[in-house]
Write a protein that binds this ligand. Structure first.
Ligand code: HEM
Length: 390
């Protein structure tokens, strides 16, 4: 998409797309200013829900109940309240405490790859998908054996969230996935409340701000949100990092020689090929930008990955350079909704990439080319064929 982003930035930075019936915002300063503006709202769900025919609305009432409680879909003051409470669970200390668990997961997966003696593998399926899946399952106390079941529930729910089209039973699937997932989390939350045991889930249940706590429904919604927000994004961080490094052997060699470069390398992957191309907003109050008027109710795509390649901010923006400094990318968002899991995602990325290149010194791309996801929002590969032993 990058040549299109470049054209938009130069020719029409606040672009009205008739096919998407939405604004497309592509310059860094506009993206940042809009994310910081309280004229834009994240409550896009209700607009969609209220447009559904009654039988679909009835089917989806449960899923909408939970999504409506998601931090990511709430505006102040509801957002402010939930975010203040969640801050007490997502502390730097809590994330640091997860580091040994992340290392154990990464080592375990790499051990398995080593033992299997397979040379050609799909790095997404065999590694990049599994690291964040196991990290989140451990956080939320879902047994790792339930991976396949959990994945099918979340795929069913994603039919709704991801807006997949043209499936006759898509709302039935979404409703079923949500029902399974929410009752599962409700059970674990009740079990953990009755039998306290230290860990992230306990911290979440106990998180309190001036005496205020999350309700049981909010806890269930938050578990589902964490699962969605932290899984595919982090998979794409690990996948995109591997691909970029393998395509830039000089940078990979520099990183191997000096592993301290990993922090900069992860930031540069996040900038150059961030896992989320765009964020979506709805105009809550008329807003003027670059001489154009955004009107109440209109939808806005805020193009983060375009902002991250804006030559007004980044020198030679299409160059991948793990030593780039400064690197003020907008990949984790900006303002009140800025990613709560950024520290965790960076940690997962660092451990996964460093250990992978350490364990397989001859890692190389396979002749079979990677398959990119064909979607407007996520950026990453569906399949990334590599040779572990070169
Ligand atoms: C919000 C990106 C990983 C939890 C966000 C937002 C972005 C983002 C751009 C802002 C959304 C908006 O403004 O509409 C990413 C990327 C990740 C990542 C690129 C991986 C590389 C994670 C992880 C977790 C997480 C691992 C949790 C375990 C959240 C939550 C929010 C959020 C709860 C909502 C915050 C709010 O609305 O106040 N993320 N994320 N994210 N992220 Fe992440």
């Amino acid at each position: 998409p990058f040549p299109i982003y470049a054209r938009l930035r130069e020719e029409d930075p606040v672009h009205w797309s008739p096919s998407l019936k939405s604004w497309i915002i592509s310059r860094y300063t506009d993206v940042r200013d809009l994310l910081l503006s309280d004229h834009l709202s994240v409550r896009r769900l209700m607009q969609f829900y209220s447009s559904l025919p009654p039988q679909d609305a009835a089917l989806l009432s449960d899923i909408v109940k939970y999504l409506d409680l998601w931090l990511a879909f709430r505006d102040p003051p509801d957002h402010t309240r939930v975010r203040r409470i969640l801050r007490h669970a997502f502390t730097p200390k809590a994330v640091d405490a997860m580091r040994p668990g992340i290392e154990e997961i990464v080592h375990h997966l790499l051990d398995q790859l080593e033992e299997r003696q397979a040379d050609r593998i799909d790095l997404i399926r065999e590694f990049a998908l599994l690291v964040p899946a196991y990290v989140i399952m451990d956080m939320l106390e879902v047994p790792r054996e339930m991976l396949a079941e959990f994945k099918s529930w979340s795929d069913d729910m994603a039919v709704f969230i991801g807006g997949a089209r043209n499936a006759d039973d898509k709302y039935h699937r979404a409703a079923r996935g949500c029902q399974k997932m929410s009752s599962y989390f409700r059970e674990i939350i009740n079990e953990r409340s009755a039998n306290p045991r230290p860990g992230f889930l306990m911290d979440l249940i106990n998180a309190r701000d001036e005496g205020d706590q999350l309700t049981e429904d909010e806890l269930v919604a938050t578990c589902i949100l964490i699962l969605f927000a932290g899984h595919e994004t982090t998979t794409n961080l690990i996948g995109n990092a591997s691909l970029l490094l393998l395509r830039h052997p000089d940078q990979l060699a520099a990183l191997r020689a000096d592993p301290a470069l990993i922090d900069g390398a992860i930031e540069e992957v996040l900038r150059h090929d961030g896992p989320t191309n765009a964020l979506v907003r709805v105009v809550a109050q008329d807003h003027e930008i670059e001489g154009r008027k955004l009107r109440e109710g209109e939808r806005v795509f805020v193009m983060i990955n375009s902002a991250n390649r804006d030559p007004r901010i980044f020198e030679d923006p299409d160059r991948f350079d793990i030593r780039r400094n400064p690197n003020r990318h907008l990949t984790f968002g900006q303002g009140i909704h800025v990613c709560l899991g950024a520290r965790l995602a960076r940690e997962e990325g660092r451990v996964a990439v460093l250990e992978l290149i350490k364990r397989f010194p001859d890692l190389a791309l396979d002749d079979e080319p990677p398959e990119w996801l064909d979607a407007m929002v996520p950026r990453g590969t569906r399949r990334l064929p590599v040779r572990l032993r070169g």
